[in-house]
Design a protein around this ligand. Structure first.
Ligand SMILES: *Cc1c(COP(=O)(O)O)cnc(C)c1O
Length: 389
């Protein structure tokens, strides 16, 4: 047997991913190297996960130090990284308690359980419906798939978990109608729809959702799985909308590359979960939490200002560039509508040593938050020239 890794993978790994024909083997900073020694500037960071790039010294020191002490204990015991990370998340957001899982979908599953239990106890078990937005993305489990407002993900997996209804983004009247007509347990939204095409919600709509939730005593859940942890230029994207969510979910960039998800609960719902209500074998894993703590502790105001400056650079370089129809997003979460099909742009960029993502019909950029300016400039120049051709 002397099969290449690509053909081995094709033979034995479930065919759920349309992978690019590239085998990656190592990285440093925002440069990633394939098996042939070709280098790429990474503008995707593993879909917004490797927040500080590859080989980041502080993150490696934090995770390996913990790896040498205890790699796992189960949730039957206390460990320092879990408690310190929960404290840091609460102190930086004003939320009160954290449940740790392993992924964005699990963070959202927790949020849905919290909202349903809160509403069932407060108003009755028939108050179970969660409102989400059309074109949203909340995960791949059967429940978070039901929450996801995109029919094409649903078709082959019926029946999904019941109790979800979807309204159009930025339509406050439709949201209000759904709240008054239904038995609603929660509203869940992304302030910038990521997988849906990097579409920021309007400030008016987010404010209207927060007001409806407050008036009707409905927990407001903000899904910060992709937008969180500095990605949009603030610690969490909701902070730029002037609202106070009851529940915030996050994952992706939080772990810097190790799997972790968190469901943060505010004052109103902080005591909803009691013993036995929820759990996770790996949740709060000390190595993942130690890495996440090193990520969170570096996202201070000065650093977030650098993220905003890099964002401003990308927007100004690509806005009105030839072959670019529009640029949308916040911070270093950027969607580019190109004249050419996004897939063609991404493939041509890859040829020229720049790895980009797509979201719907857009080219999506989610570089490491600390991408060096020279790498960013070079990547943008390649994207620009591919779009202009
Ligand atoms: C990626 C994503 C999820 C799912 O996260 P997983 O870690 O893949 O389960 C949920 N919500 C949003 C907004 C996401 O971008």
């Amino acid at each position: 047997m002397n099969m290449s890794i690509i053909s081995l993978d094709k033979e034995y790994v479930a065919g759920t991913y349309g992978r690019f024909p590239v085998e990656l083997i190592s990285g440093k900073g925002s440069i990633i190297t394939d098996v042939n020694g070709k280098e790429y500037i990474d503008m995707g960071s593993g879909i917004g996960v490797t927040a500080f790039g590859f080989g980041d010294e502080a993150w490696i020191a934090a995770t390996t130090a913990q790896l040498g002490k205890l790699q796992h204990t189960s949730n039957l015991y206390y460990t320092e990284p879990c408690a310190l990370l929960a404290q840091a998340l609460c102190e930086k957001t004003g939320l009160k308690k954290v449940f740790f899982g392993n992924s964005g979908a699990e963070a959202n599953e927790c949020a849905i359980k919290v909202a349903r239990k809160y509403s069932a106890e407060k108003k009755g078990p028939e108050y179970s419906t969660i409102i989400t937005l059309i074109n949203s993305f909340h995960g791949r489990t059967l429940t978070t798939l039901a929450a996801t407002g995109q029919d094409h993900f649903h078709k082959l997996f019926q029946p999904l978990t019941p109790g979800f209804t979807h309204v159009p983004a930025n339509d406050a009247a439709a949201l209000e109608a759904a709240v008054t007509e239904g038995k609603i347990a929660g509203i869940m939204l992304e302030c910038v729809q990521g997988e849906g095409g990097v579409l920021p919600l309007t400030a008016e709509f987010v404010a209207a959702a927060a007001k409806l939730c407050a008036n009707h005593d409905i927990p407001l859940i903000i899904d910060e799985v992709q937008t969180g942890n500095g990605r949009t230029g603030s610690l969490y994207s909701y902070m730029q909308f002037g609202i106070t969510p009851d529940i915030v979910t996050t994952a992706k960039g939080l772990g810097g590359g190790l799997p972790i998800g968190a469901c943060l609960m505010g004052e109103k719902v902080q005591n909803v979960l009691g013993p036995g209500d929820h759990g996770s074998t790996y949740g709060g894993n000390p190595v993942c939490c130690a890495g996440a703590l090193s990520v969170i502790n570096r996202l201070d105001d000065a650093f977030l200002q650098e993220v905003q400056a890099k964002s401003a650079y990308v927007f100004s370089a690509l806005n009105n560039a030839r072959g670019v129809e529009s640029v949308a997003g916040m911070g270093l979460m950027i969607g580019i509508k190109t004249v050419k099909p996004a897939k063609d742009v991404v493939n041509a960029c890859m040829e020229r040593g720049v790895l980009c993502l797509t979201a719907k019909d857009k080219v999506r950029l989610l570089p490491a938050l600390n991408i060096p300016m020279e790498d960013l400039k070079q990547a943008v120049a390649v994207i620009k020239s591919v779009c202009a051709e």
